[in-house]
Ligand binder design. Structure first.
Ligand code: FES
Ligand code: FES
Length: 156
């Protein structure tokens, strides 16, 4: 066991965790935030477990909890500002960017970072940015529409 200090959505957690505990399991089982999903059984393929580590989108099944010691994490629960949805969350709602929603937390976290780095993306760039997120419901058309709409909304 190792004691770690991790700031999650602005709150610091000091916890004793098994050395081999994955970061996604720490977030879900220790911190209790279950918006971050596991879809590909920890293979790093689906992107459902994507979070921000110090502002960078990362797949939390590919990291150990101990690697987050001393760092800041944002999960999908931290995207809304004072209960107001982020522009990207609003766009997903308005553009029907999800069906079952299982992939959605990961898509939102990845595309939030994507739009911060590329505020005026082409559709091709959006599609390329989504390579690390598997969605088996939407066919991606509405996801791309939502990201495009969010970019416009942020710019205005
Ligand atoms: S659960 Fe992490 S990439 Fe699939
Ligand atoms: S909305 Fe169902 S997997 Fe993406």
């Amino acid at each position: 066991m190792q004691t770690i200090n991790v700031k999650v959505n602005g709150t610091t957690y000091q916890e004793s965790v098994p050395i081999r505990m994955l970061l996604v399991d720490f977030i879900r089982e220790v911190v209790g935030l279950t918006g971050t999903h596991v879809s590909c059984t920890y293979e790093g393929v689906c992107g459902a477990c994507t979070i921000h580590l110090n502002g960078e989108a990362v797949k939390s099944c590919m990291l150990l909890a101990v690697q987050a010691d001393g760092h800041e994490i944002t999960t999908v629960e931290g995207l809304a500002n004072d209960k107001e949805l982020s522009p990207l969350q609003k766009a997903f709602n308005e553009q029907h960017g999800l069906q079952c929603g299982f992939c959605t937390a990961g898509v939102l976290m990845n595309m939030t970072e994507f739009l911060a780095k590329n505020p005026n993306p082409s559709d091709d760039e959006i599609r390329h940015g989504l390579i690390g997120n598997l969605c088996r419901c939407t066919g991606y058309v509405h996801i791309v529409n939502a990201v495009r709409a969010a970019a416009k909304s942020i710019a205005n």
